[in-house]
Design a protein around this ligand. Structure first.
Ligand SMILES: Nc1nc2c(ncn2[C@@H]2O[C@H](COP(=O)(O)OP(=O)(O)OP(=O)(O)O)[C@@H](O)[C@H]2O)c(=O)[nH]1
Ligand SMILES: [Mg+2]
Length: 433
């Protein structure tokens, strides 16, 4: 575990500078043939010489334990030439410093207690965030373990110990577990878990994005709405029915919601063979979507029954949207006018469906990855079971629930260090992180 590792921390493209990072123990010794390390934390110019190369580089030395990984860390700021970086990494290899696995620096930081798994995940999200909301969410979670997790541990720990003692020594020592007292102490915690669960299910949509398919009869205004939501003129719009054939995709943030939008061919029994192929492609879009917006012009009266039949299989995720609101007609339901930019009702409907009562800002700091949300769901189940126990329950029952909750929190923060969890999390990292 303590072998020295290195990796480029910046992409291998021509650029002003490239950063190469090294972590390990006794780096002053390991790097001696290449460089005399400068004073800690002082950016210092050094000429690095190896095999006929000579590179003027800025060198930074962070001795253990006050570094990103908790080990000795050295950062080299080289000229941003990918060939130079590769040659330099080769040479580090010859000095016995191997190339890091993706995420290996952060993994070491975790194992050395420099950060929790939650922070590591926030860091990964920060690097991959594609919208403002996602970036702000990742930043809000990078600040450390949420206070409610710490509070939950503080509330649990005496009870875990007490329940263990009762199970192990209860009979001979006459110790009892007061289930009613425990339950009243856990009321607030249960409340908190439920709130966090609701916030997290909203936050997960914000983190992962929402896949929305726009479907409907030809000329129902799909492409016009698609362009309005995307904030750009992506799809061709004409007054001719059957304009869109291929499925168009665009990623956008609209009203604080990260969306992946799909525009599709208008649904009808088309004569034109090309249009038929377009219509055939709608089925797979319906399958992939988290939400299907069925666009029906407000003046249409009832929606087309053939289209309703096609949407039957995905009925749960269909939302009817009345378009052409500016021309009158139906005023109930989600009425919009994309040409006039009147999309308020759609915004409210999307937020209600995906975020519930939470605004995007209210989701800042909430747990949001599938792993985290899964653990939180299990916590909720266990706390509910604990509070439902009868006073006469044998102490083994609360003891195992308390242990279970303790274990879930430890998995959440990464304190239990299960290799499988770490592998799962760090496989999503880039090299050099
Ligand atoms: N007045 C008004 N016209 C609209 C509105 N939405 C779309 N239109 C017009 O309706 C026509 C058809 O719009 P599109 O967005 O191309 O409709 P579509 O559903 O994508 O049609 P296909 O691709 O053929 O299936 C265009 O002339 C648009 O300008 C609206 O909200 N109000
Ligand atoms: Mg279209």
């Amino acid at each position: 575990m303590n072998d020295a590792i290195c990796a480029p921390a910046t992409p291998l493209f021509p650029a002003a500078i490239s950063v190469v990072r090294v972590s390990g123990s006794s780096l002053a010794q390991a790097l001696k043939p290449l460089v005399n390390l400068p004073l800690p934390r002082q950016a210092t110019l050094r000429t690095l010489r190896w095999k006929g190369y000579q590179e003027r580089a800025l060198v930074l030395y962070f001795p253990a334990p006050d570094s990103y990984t908790g080990e000795d860390v050295v950062e080299f700021q080289l000229h941003g030439n990918p060939l130079l970086v590769r040659r330099f990494l080769n040479h580090l290899g010859e000095l016995g410093i191997r190339l890091a696995e993706p995420g290996e620096f952060t993994r070491r930081a975790l194992l050395n207690g420099k950060q929790s798994l939650l922070e590591a995940e926030a860091l990964r999200d920060m690097i991959s965030a594609a919208t403002d909301t996602q970036l702000r969410m990742a930043q809000a979670r990078a600040g450390g373990v949420p206070t409610w997790v710490e509070e939950a541990k503080a509330c649990l720990s005496p009870w875990v110990a007490r329940a263990e003692a009762v199970v192990d020594y209860g009979e001979e020592e006459g110790i009892l577990l007061k289930i009613d007292k425990m339950q009243s102490e856990f009321q607030d915690l249960r409340q908190r878990f439920h709130v966090e669960q609701a916030r997290s299910s909203a936050a997960r949509w914000l983190r992962d994005g929402i896949r929305i398919a726009l479907v409907g009869r030809p000329n129902s205004g799909k492409s016009t709405l698609f362009n309005a939501l995307a904030g750009e003129d992506r799809a061709i719009v004409t007054e001719l029915p059957g304009t869109t054939r291929d499925v168009l995709e665009v990623r956008t943030e609209w009203a604080g919601l990260p969306l992946l939008l799909f525009d599709t061919a208008g649904l009808r029994d088309a004569e034109d063979p090309v249009e038929r192929l377009g219509v055939a492609r709608v089925a797979s879009v319906l399958d992939q979507a988290d939400l299907v917006l069925h666009l029906v012009p407000a003046g249409d009266g009832a929606p087309d029954s053939q289209i309703l039949a096609r949407l039957e299989a995905v009925r749960e995720k269909v939302l009817e949207v009345r378009t052409f609101g500016d021309l009158g007609g139906s005023t109930s339901g989600v009425v919009v006018s994309a040409v006039q930019g009147d999309l308020e009702k759609l915004e409210a409907a999307l937020k209600d469906r995906f975020l519930g009562p939470h605004s995007p800002d209210a989701c800042l700091g909430a747990l949001a990855t599938q792993r985290q949300c899964g653990l939180l769901d299990e916590l909720v189940v266990q706390v509910d079971l604990l509070l439902g126990l009868s006073q006469a329950a044998p102490p083994e029952l609360p003891a195992s629930l308390l242990q279970g909750m303790w274990g879930l929190l430890a998995r959440m923060t990464g304190e239990d260090r299960a290799e499988s969890t770490l592998d799962q999390v760090f496989s999503g990292f880039c090299l050099g992180k």
